[in-house]
Design a protein around this ligand. Structure first.
Ligand code: ADP
Length: 602
């Protein structure tokens, strides 16, 4: 171990945010050790700031006696010979009570606190604790003196807003330790609450906060030791968005990607998903969008009412980086977000992480790789782009915690392909990794067919994986019904294409009916009005009822003599169904529309 706070190296070259450092030698003449991904602090010689400015940087590449580090901040004024301190720590986040409701930057600096003290612009070299060390939490131990615990075991809990925040034994603990002292009461996150007698006889003090390196999954050691276990995702993450839950489901602990051209409704869709999804905690990584958009997210979000009561922000953590912030901090933000998500999953919560957008994250990777002069792959992205994307999504999943609770981390990433071109490397690599693809289409958005997810290009591999759940919990034969409906949409599209060439007259009545049915399914079921209190969210039971009713109507048409009659019938039917969607379930209106719909059945 190297001691923190001492100069161990000196700057030997500066290339934008990549700085080369020359390692100093210890008394025996060997270089001070340095490891990849370790955090070092660069101390610019001349600082005109009132405080000692130390710039955080991460070691990217180590050579003999030298290393390349990436600085998380502007490197203005850094010059040859400036001292470099080791921290002996990898890029880490603080985990403990007090994370919920926070807005952080990629290095876990709480932005609101900084803004209140320093104005909107972050002063360089400022590092603020991620978790407020003054706040007191009422700790209720779950273990007594003499109890034997392993990494990730429950030690006690505090109330964090509406959640029971479970304090877990440090994830770095090796083997089994014995509780030698524990106290109950109101403490800060830095006060020792418990002492552990380790296997090697030493004692270790435990606080309510622990630090964990962001690039390593929180549960890595717990899985390896068999304390915690990965499970096969077999339940859907219900979003109450009909198009997703019914046709393109996402599993709890699963992965999904939403690519979308600008203006196609990505923001509205993300807000709907975070608001209505059946999860406990939502983590949003707003990564590298234009500052204006990020400001939109962080000003809008806290005001969104939570359908479960309170505001959405009470159970949300936002990590945000604008494109004007340094590229390395942008790259780190996704890892910070995922580590916080994993932490809450390890307590047995269902967590949803929305990463917006992974394209900006990949671009940050490309910039860094370029500065390191690595051999570029397609479109100058690094050759390891795909493996980096895969490693990221692999951190999603459903787990069994040490004490048998089930936790999940569902990862939904947006990609913003330039010009809406899905062929570019980030979209392609993401599509090869995720299991649900919700492709937003500019065309559908233009027609105001919201949510503008194109059912003809979207897919979900969970449709099969979750078939058992749906058939068991909802209705036997559900998945088959869904497939038939998807097939109807495709047939409708074929007729549509024919009609574009031949006109309505050129197709048979039968084909015309197929087209009308597909249109009706689209307008009644796929389209959903985000701005209507009732229609915005359709619980899964209501989806079931609606789909069966609609299928019944489409399969049993009354006699329709010609296209004119057919068109008239579908206008009425669609209108009634839309009114049904806008009515509260089982209200007099609702029942009235049901009765009218029933009359239209053949
Ligand atoms: P993006 O983030 O892709 O640029 P937005 O999410 O801001 O686009 O959507 C643009 C506009 O489209 C919104 O202001 C809204 O009027 C409309 N819109 C998007 N999604 C929906 C929806 N589900 N229901 C109704 N209107 C929507």
């Amino acid at each position: 171990m190297t001691e923190a706070g001492q100069i161990r190296a000196r700057v030997s070259a500066v290339n934008d945010d990549i700085v080369t450092i020359r390692l100093l030698e210890d008394e025996e003449g060997s270089f001070y050790p340095i490891i990849k991904n370790e955090v070092v602090l660069i101390c610019p010689h001349r600082s005109d700031k009132g405080f000692a400015e130390k710039l955080q940087a991460e070691v990217l590449r180590v050579r003999y006696g030298e290393a390349d580090v990436q600085v998380f901040e502007n490197t203005r004024g850094v010059s040859i010979g400036d001292g470099v301190e080791h921290t002996g720590e990898m890029l880490s986040v603080a985990l403990g009570p007090g994370l919920l409701g926070q807005v952080y930057d990629g290095l876990q600096n709480p932005l609101e606190l900084i803004a209140s003290q320093h104005g909107f612009f972050l002063p360089r070299g400022l590092a603020v604790e991620g978790i407020d060390s003054q706040q007191h939490w009422s700790f209720q131990p779950a273990v007594k003196i003499g109890a034997r615990v392993r990494a990730g075991d429950l030690l006690g809990s505090v109330q964090e807003g509406r959640f029971e925040h479970r304090i877990l034994a440090p994830f770095t603990l090796r083997g089994t330790a014995e509780v030698s002292w524990v106290q109950e009461g109101s403490f800060t996150v830095t006060t020792p609450i418990l002492r552990l007698q380790l296997e090697d006889g030493r004692e270790r003090e435990v606080t309510m906060q622990q630090r964990w390196p962001v690039r390593i999954p929180v549960n890595r050691d717990l899985l390896r030791e068999g304390y915690s276990e990965r499970l096969f995702p077999d339940q859907p993450l219900l979003t109450s968005i009909r198009l997703i839950d019914t046709f393109f489901p996402v599993a709890r602990g699963g992965t999904a990607c939403i690519p979308g051209p600008f203006g196609a409704g990505k923001t509205v869709l993300q807000n709907l998903i975070s608001r209505y999804s059946d999860v406990d905690i939502v983590v949003i990584v707003a990564c590298g969008e234009r500052a204006g958009e990020v400001v939109e997210t962080i000003t809008e979000f806290p005001n969104l009412p939570d359908p479960r009561g309170g505001t959405l922000m009470d159970r949300t953590v936002i990590i945000c980086n604008t494109s004007s912030m340094p590229v390395a901090a942008r790259e780190a933000s996704i890892y910070t977000g995922i580590t916080i998500s994993e932490y809450y999953r390890q307590m047995g919560y269902n967590v949803l992480l929305i990463a917006d957008s992974t394209s900006r994250w990949a671009q940050a990777m490309r910039e860094t790789s370029g500065r390191l002069e690595e051999i570029p792959g397609e479109e100058a992205f690094p050759a390891y782009l795909e493996s980096a994307i895969r490693a990221l999504y692999e951190r999603a999943g459903m787990i069994r915690t040490n004490d048998g609770r089930i936790g999940s981390l569902t990862l939904i990433g947006t990609v913003s392909p330039a010009g809406g071109n899905f062929e570019e490397p980030v979209t392609q690599a993401t599509l090869r990794t995720v299991k649900t693809f919700l492709g937003l289409s500019a065309d559908r958005a233009y027609k105001r067919a919201y949510p503008a997810v194109d059912p003809l290009i979207s897919w979900s591999r969970y449709l099969d994986q979750l078939a058992q759940w749906y058939d068991r919990e909802l209705e036997p034969g559900w998945t088959k019904q869904v497939r038939e409906m998807l097939a109807l949409l495709r047939q409708g599209e074929t007729v549509q294409q024919m009609m574009e060439v031949t006109g309505e007259e050129g197709v048979t009545l039968e084909d015309y009916l197929t087209w009308l049915k597909a249109q009706c399914l689209d307008q009644v079921y796929l389209q959903q009005d985000a701005f209507d209190d009732v229609d915005a969210s359709t619980p899964i039971r209501r989806q079931l009822e609606l789909l069966l009713l609609l299928a019944g109507c489409l399969n049993r048409l009354p006699p329709l003599a010609d296209k004119e009659a057919a068109r008239g019938h579908f206008v009425t039917l669609t209108g009634l169904f839309r009114n049904l969607n806008y009515s509260r379930h089982d209200s007099p209106d609702y029942r009235g529309y049901l009765a009218e719909i029933d009359k239209l059945r053949g």
